[in-house]
Design a protein around this ligand. Sequence first.
Ligand code: ADP
Length: 161
Amino acid sequence: MRTSIYPGSFDPITNGHLDIITRAAKTFDEVIVLVLVNPDKKGMFSIEERVELIKRVVKGFKNVKVKSYSGLLVNFMKKENSQIIIKGLRAMSDFEYEFQMALMNNKLDPNVETFFMMTRAEYSYLSSSSVKQVAIFGGCIKGLVPEEIIKDIVKKSKTFK
Ligand code: ADP
């Protein structure tokens, strides 16, 4: 069975992320959406909250699991017996960073392959940080994130200034 890992901050999950998950779920036997703890990023949602929001959004997928991990991605992958990392690519700015990460992960574990999926044009401008910014200033986030989590983001953004 081919298990792929889709890692990120998902603070919160957006329609851009969901599109990548949907396409990956069609391509691989199993997808694990992995919320990675990044000590450099102060989040809006706690790791547990992000996992809960993603679980709600992917409830309908039989082959998608959601987990979190604090540590090196390659160590999580060994634990799960997976060699496949999925990454979404938006613009050139993603490319440089992701290129470096892919080479580093391959250096740490030569069995690991990173698969890149192009964003769909309508999500190419979408990031968790832009969603947070819009929400904090009271803008409409409909169409940017899955319907079932809009209320949670609006509520959280009121206490996050
Ligand atoms: P963000 O940059 O939105 O904070 P993450 O750090 O959670 O997102 O990103 C996790 C993964 O999802 C990365 O591979 C990132 O390139 C990808 N990704 C994020 N937003 C999109 C999008 N709109 N379309 C395609 N891929 C995306």
